[in-house]
Design a protein around this ligand. Structure first.
Ligand code: ATP
Ligand code: MG
Length: 549
C-alpha cells in the first residue's frame, strides 16, 4: 500500500510518468521558516515525500525563505527535525534564498524584454488602481530607466517599501493576480540565511515558480488558496524558460489540493504564534497545540499522523475534519503496541480489614484479542488506591462500581466488598473493605458475581505520578466562532492530577506507551518526567462515549 492514497494527483503523476513527460518524479515540501510545522503541514509532507517514495522519485525540503523579517534559523532547524521525525528523509535540503542571484538575473531579462517595470506608487495607491483595473502612471518607463532604477533598488539607494518591480501583464485582467503582480520589493533587513547581501527580496508569486524550475521539480503541489496564483506561476515560467540557465523543457506544473483543517484547534502559524507568544500555552511543544512537536511530546507516533493523512485523503474538497477521527486513528495506532497497566488518577484509599502482608500477582499485559504474550508482577497489599469516581455512597441505578452492599472485582486480583466509610468534613477519606477469599482468578461460574471490574494500585508499592490530561484546546468546533479565537480557548485544556501508577513501569524504557486500563493511553512526558518524579501525559482518552463499566 502506498503512502499517498489514490487521488487526482496520483492520477496526474501516473499519467505524466507513463507518457514520459519527465525522466523522473521530483517533488518538494516548501515551508517558509516563519513558525513551527503543524498537523496541517503533515498532509503536504506526506503527499510530497510520499509521492516520491511511491513512484521512485525524489523530494526536496526547500525553505521558501524570501521574507527576511519573519524568518529564523531556529524555525528552519525545527522544520527539518519535524520532517525527519515524521519519517521522511529529504533528498536535498535547499534554500530559496540561495537562488537570489539567479532570480535577480531573471528579473533583468524581464525588464530588458519590456515585461517588467519599476513602480513608485505607494501600496494604497497601487491597490486602488489595481481594484479599478487602471494602469500605473509608471508603467511605460523605458527599459533603460527601469534597468537603472532596479539596479539602484538593489544598491540600497531607496528606503524600504518605496518602490517595487512589477510584471507588465495586464492592468485590467479578470484574474486579479495577473494585474501586473509585484515581483520585487525593498526591505532593508538582514536575512537569516542570505545575510546582508540583499535589500530587494522576490515575492512568492515570482520566486516560487523559479525555485521549482531551478531545482527541476516536476509537480508543484500547493493548497487551494493559490489556485488563482497558478496563472502567474505559468507566466513566470513561460517567459523565462530557456533563459538565465533555465531549461526550455520540461517545466514544472502547479496543482492545488484542499488544506487540512481540524475541529477544536487552529492550524495557522500566525495564530499559533499568538498562542505561544501570548503565554496561553507553555511553548511550541505544549501538548495542547496541534504542532508536530507538541503531538510528539504528547506521545502521538508519526505512524498515526501518516495514517491520519492517508485516511483523510487528498482532494479539492475543503472540509474541516473532526478531531474525533484523529483521536480514533491515534487509538488504533496505540492499541496493538501499548501494554495494559494499572494507574489511578484521583486516588481514594481503601484498607482491607481481613488481609495482611503482600503478594505479587502475575498480570498479563495484553487482552486476549491483541494476541500477544507477556505479563508483569503486580503487587497486592492491605492498602490500596482506587479511583475516587469508582465509589459512590448513593449510587444511581445500574451502578457497576463500588458502593455500600455492592461487590466489585479488582482487575487481575480479588473481589472486595465494602465494610465502612470514613468521612471527614463531608468528604470520603477512606474506605474499609473486605477481600472475598478464594476469588483470585475465579471463574464466572463460582457464584461470586461482582457488579463490575475496577482498576487499583497497591498503596505500598505504587509510584506517585503527575498526570497531565489534555482536552480540546478550544470550546467550539470552529475557534473563530464569535470573532476572536482567544475568547474560545478551553480553560480546562490541561488538567493536572496527582495520582499513582503500578511499579512495573519503572523497569520499562521511558518511551513506552501504555494503556492505563479504563483511563486512556499514556506515556512519560519527555520534557519533565524523571525516574523519581514521574510525569505522564495522556496521549488520548479511550473511546468517545466510553464509560467505565
Ligand atoms: P500557515 O497557514 O500555517 O501559516 P503556510 O501555508 O503559510 O501555513 P508554509 O510554510 O507556506 O505555511 O507551508 C508549507 C507547505 O505546506 C505549503 O505548500 C502549504 O501549502 C502547505 N500547507 C500549509 N498548511 C497546510 C494545511 N493546513 N494543509 C495542507 N497543507 C498545508
Ligand atoms: Mg505561507
Amino acid at each position: 500500500m502506498g503512502l499517498v492514497p489514490p487521488c487526482f494527483i496520483t492520477e496526474i503523476v501516473e499519467r505524466d510518468l507513463r507518457e514520459g513527460h519527465y525522466p523522473r518524479l521530483l517533488t518538494r515540501f516548501p515551508p517558509e521558516p516563519n513558525g513551527y510545522l503543524h498537523i496541517g503541514h503533515a498532509r503536504s509532507i506526506v503527499l510530497n515525500f510520499g509521492l516520491a517514495l511511491d513512484y521512485g522519485g525524489e523530494c526536496n525540503l526547500r525553505y521558501d525563505d524570501t521574507n527576511p523579517e519573519t524568518e529564523k534559523e531556529e524555525y528552519a532547524r525545527a522544520i527539518e527535525e519535524d520532517v525527519r521525525w515524521l519519517g521522511f528523509t529529504p533528498d536535498r535540503v535547499l534554500y530559496a534564498s540561495d537562488y537570489f542571484e539567479t532570480m535577480y538575473r531573471c528579473a533583468l531579462v524581464l525588464i530588458q524584454e519590456g515585461k517588467a517595470y519599476v513602480d513608485d506608487l505607494s501600496e494604497e495607491e497601487m491597490s486602488e488602481l489595481r481594484a479599478q483595473g487602471k494602469p500605473s502612471p509608471y508603467r511605460d518607463r523605458s527599459v533603460e530607466e527601469n534597468l537603472e532604477l532596479f539596479e539602484r533598488m538593489r544598491q540600497g539607494e531607496f528606503p524600504t517599501g518605496s518602490r517595487v518591480l512589477r510584471a507588465k501583464i495586464q492592468p485590467d485582467h479578470p484574474n486579479f493576480k495577473l494585474r501586473d503582480p509585484v515581483l520585487y520589493r525593498i526591505v532593508h533587513a538582514p536575512h537569516y540565511h542570505a545575510g546582508n547581501r540583499w535589500v530587494i527580496y522576490p515575492m512568492y508569486d515570482y520566486a516560487h515558480p523559479l525555485e521549482d524550475f531551478i531545482e527541476g521539480v516536476t509537480h508543484s503541489l500547493c493548497t487551494l488558496e493559490f489556485e488563482n496564483n497558478r496563472a502567474v506561476y505559468d507566466w513566470v515560467i513561460e517567459n523565462l524558460k530557456g533563459k538565465c540557465g533555465l531549461p526550455l523543457s520540461p517545466r514544472p506544473y502547479q496543482y492545488e489540493f484542499a488544506r487540512l483543517d481540524l475541529t477544536y484547534t487552529v492550524l495557522s502559524k500566525r495564530k499559533l504564534i499568538r498562542l505561544v507568544e501570548g503565554g496561553y500555552v507553555s511553548g511550541w511543544d505544549d501538548p495542547r497545540l496541534p504542532t508536530l512537536r507538541a503531538l510528539r511530546r504528547r506521545g502521538v507516533r508519526p505512524e498515526a499522523i501518516r495514517e491520519f493523512v492517508r485516511r483523510t485523503g487528498i482532494s479539492r474538497h475543503e472540509a474541516r475534519i473532526e478531531m474525533e477521527l484523529f483521536e480514533e486513528v491515534v487509538r488504533d495506532d496505540l492499541n496493538p503496541i501499548a501494554p495494559r497497566v494499572l494507574g489511578v488518577l484521583e486516588p481514594l484509599r481503601v484498607v482491607l480489614t481481613n488481609y495482611q502482608g503482600e503478594e505479587w500477582l502475575e498480570a498479563p499485559y495484553w487482552p486476549r484479542d491483541i494476541g500477544k504474550e507477556g505479563a508483569r508482577p503486580l503487587p497486592f497489599s492491605q492498602e490500596l488506591y482506587i479511583e475516587r469516581s469508582d465509589f459512590s455512597l448513593n449510587p444511581p441505578k445500574g451502578w457497576k462500581r463500588l458502593a455500600p452492599g455492592q461487590r466489585v472485582r479488582l482487575r487481575h486480583a480479588y473481589v472486595i466488598e465494602l465494610e465502612d466509610v470514613v468521612e471527614e468534613g463531608g468528604e470520603v477519606k477512606l474506605l474499609k473493605a473486605r477481600m472475598v477469599p478464594g476469588t483470585l482468578g475465579a471463574n464466572p461460574e463460582d457464584g461470586i458475581k461482582p457488579k463490575g471490574v475496577i482498576h487499583w494500585v497497591s498503596a505500598r508499592h505504587a509510584l506517585p505520578v503527575e498526570y497531565r490530561l489534555y482536552n480540546r484546546l478550544f470550546l467550539t468546533q470552529d475557534p473563530e466562532e464569535g470573532g476572536d479565537f482567544l475568547k474560545n480557548l478551553n480553560p480546562l485544556a490541561l488538567e493536572v492530577k496527582k495520582g499513582f501508577v503500578e511499579p512495573s513501569v519503572a523497569q520499562d524504557p521511558p518511551e513506552t506507551r501504555y494503556q492505563l486500563e479504563r483511563l486512556g493511553y499514556f506515556w512519560q512526558d519527555p520534557g519533565d518526567s524523571r525516574p523519581g518524579r514521574l510525569v505522564m501525559n495522556r496521549i488520548v482518552p479511550l473511546k468517545e462515549g466510553y464509560r467505565p463499566q
